[in-house]
Design a protein around this ligand. Structure first.
Ligand code: ARG
Ligand code: ZN
Ligand code: CA
Length: 233
């Protein structure tokens, strides 16, 4: 595929306080980040270590904000149990993005391809959404939504969710890694005999801070493309 695919995107703001009722500007800032990062137009891609620079990929996915819904609730926070989706149902044939307060330090979660239509989409913590307004460091770069949409398009965490080097993300050009990286790691960080370059912790599918993640690989772009022509066609 050489032409971008545009995802019709609906953002569902679910709020209790006025502050949680995010501004249109904050929503726009998130859509801007998605359009930038999924086309590899982010300036910080220049920080990708030189051996991996050739892997940096344009995922050829764009986002069009087609609707914003705003729903008031008495709930102080939601969990990863889809309860926010019971309140505001998913709209078919769109990328649904719920934005609300989440408990337990959760930044967001996503439904993989192939799940039920009623709960399809991604959920993002309001304080980790967009780059202005209530977005809070170190997750104020809009990268939580980038990560979650990566899952929604079929990507796994790059360490494969098993912390003993046997985990697999089913992408050939991302190296094996022992476990999630957090914060702003120093390169290289070697685990799982993956020297000299080590973990690709600057990948959107690791757990580092927003300023420390800035790439999808060609293999990940191919996997997302396969999702878009298969289960999400
Ligand atoms: N699913 C992950 C979590 O809830 C999201 C990680 C996003 N990382 C980031 N730098 N924004 O913890
Ligand atoms: Zn994740
Ligand atoms: Ca891999």
């Amino acid at each position: 595929r050489t032409e971008p695919v545009t995802l019709q995107t609906v953002v569902h703001v679910v709020y209790r306080t006025d502050e949680e009722n995010l501004s249109d500007a904050q929503i726009a800032s998130q859509i801007d980040v998605l359009n930038r990062d999924f086309r590899a137009r982010n300036e910080d891609r220049a920080q990708v270590p030189e051996p991996w620079a050739p892997l940096v990929a344009d995922a050829l996915v764009e986002f069009e904000l087609v609707e914003v819904t705003r729903t008031k609730t008495d709930e102080t926070s939601f969990g990863a149990d889809d309860s926010v989706k019971a309140l505001v149902p998913a709209q078919p044939d769109r990328l649904n993005v719920w934005v609300c307060t989440l408990g337990g330090g959760l930044l967001g979660y996503a439904q993989f391809p192939g799940g039920p239509a009623e709960t399809d989409g991604v959920v993002v913590l309001n304080r980790a959404f967009g780059t202005v307004g209530t977005a809070e460091a170190p997750f104020d770069g809009g990268r939580t939504a980038v990560h979650e949409v990566g899952h929604w398009l079929g990507l796994r965490h790059i360490w494969g969710d098993i912390n003993d080097c046997t985990g697999d993300d089913f992408v050939a050009d991302t190296p094996p890694a022992q476990q999630a990286n957090t914060g702003t790691p120093e390169w290289p960080h070697i685990t799982c005999d993956n020297g000299p370059n080590g973990d690709m912790f600057m990948n959107y599918m690791d757990y580092v801070d927003d300023v420390a993640m800035f790439m999808f690989t060609a293999g990940q772009a191919a996997r997302m493309s396969a999702t878009l022509s298969g289960p999400r066609a």
